[in-house]
Design a protein around this ligand. Structure first.
Ligand SMILES: [Zn+2]
Length: 62
């Protein structure tokens, strides 16, 4: 596997790590993110995910 920086995607509601891991060059559009912790669904967009400092995706809580 390539040694690419990756980071766990955090829930925009509670800030907890979800089970989704993103690479630094990941792109997601209108992705429905489910958080196992607070059981909320959030609609997220991730473009050019940057980790320095960790930039959260543009999130809209449903
Ligand atoms: Zn959550």
């Amino acid at each position: 596997m390539e040694n690419v920086i990756s980071e766990w995607l955090r829930c925009p509601v509670c800030g907890n790590k979800t089970r989704l891991q993103l690479r630094a060059d990941a792109e997601l559009k209108n992705f429905l993110l489910y958080c196992p912790k607070c059981r909320q669904k959030s609609l997220i967009d991730v473009e050019d995910f940057i980790f320095n400092p960790p930039k959260t995706a543009v999130c809209r809580v449903l």
